[in-house]
Design a protein around this ligand. Structure first.
Ligand code: SAM
Length: 246
């Protein structure tokens, strides 16, 4: 929730700064568009100073200019409500805890499938499963692997649940992974955000069995030594950090 408070603070500080500058230099900053651009720049700068993650900067830069552009279209007010609800349903994880929705590539799913084979794993969890981009191909590739796809955001969870309804070995659970035990799994996968890796490492140490494997896509755990790091040949050159639990 601190994330949202910082985002609102950055927007309001940006607005206050823009109004202040407009009153100090009325000739220079005359006009709604210039004022909106100034507010957007000031809001992004405030977000940086408030140490919001870098992906918030384009959101701050685009927020007011986009809102003004949409207002000029004079759309029915229900459209705004529908867009807001849709975004909230998809980006629930961002609002509640600093983790946006990005999708794993098929190369990541293939690489994890190979790890599962090598590990002889029977139970697997995807913490923050999104729309099942990794968990569903894995379920198809390993029909005997029992998979828990844990997702908090309502819409991605629903999409995963619908996509896996014909697969017997995968369960789409609508839950926060912070409230799930991890003791039952041979391999746990997460593709989250640097903001949560430290807290997650504490949960992993507490919950995961000795000998099991934790795979973090893209974001290493600070100060932990991975057993191996696999670099994939996908667009993002994704790295899979594999940690053996001792
Ligand atoms: C970067 S996406 C990864 C999606 C998927 N694992 C993949 O690899 O394609 C992270 C997902 O974690 C979800 N998420 C964030 N916090 C969560 C939480 N506390 N519990 C469950 N899911 C969460 C977000 O909603 C988002 O869908």
């Amino acid at each position: 929730m601190a994330t949202l408070i910082k985002a609102f603070a950055a927007q309001f500080l940006g607005l206050a700064l823009a109004i202040l500058l407009a009153s100090l230099a009325p000739g220079l900053l005359h006009g709604t568009v210039r004022l909106a651009l100034l507010q957007a720049t000031a809001a992004a700068a405030c977000a940086y100073l408030l140490r919001q993650p870098p992906w918030w900067l384009p959101i701050h830069l685009l927020f007011l200019p986009t809102a003004l552009a949409l207002l000029s279209l004079q759309l029915p007010s229900g459209v705004y409500l529908a867009i807001t609800l849709l975004l909230a349903l998809v980006f629930w994880g961002t609002v509640k805890g600093d983790v946006p929705l990005f999708l794993s590539s098929s190369a990541a799913a293939d690489a994890v499938a190979r790890i599962i084979e090598r590990e002889n794993a029977e139970n697997f969890a995807d913490l923050g499963a999104g729309i099942g981009s990794l968990a569903i191909p894995l379920a198809r590739c390993h029909p005997l692997l029992a998979i828990d796809a844990v997702e908090l955001a309502p819409l991605p969870w629903l999409i995963t649940a619908l996509r896996c309804r014909k697969l017997a070995n995968i369960q789409a659970r609508r839950a926060s992974f912070w409230h799930c035990g991890l003791n039952a799994y041979d391999v746990v996968f997460a593709f989250l955000s640097p903001a949560v890796m430290l807290k997650l490492s504490e949960k992993i140490s507490r919950d995961m069995r000795s000998g099991s494997l934790f795979i973090s896509s893209s974001f290493p755990i600070p100060d932990w030594q991975p057993e191996s790091v696999i670099t994939l040949a996908d667009r993002r050159k994704t790295r899979l950090y594999c940690y053996r639990i001792t």
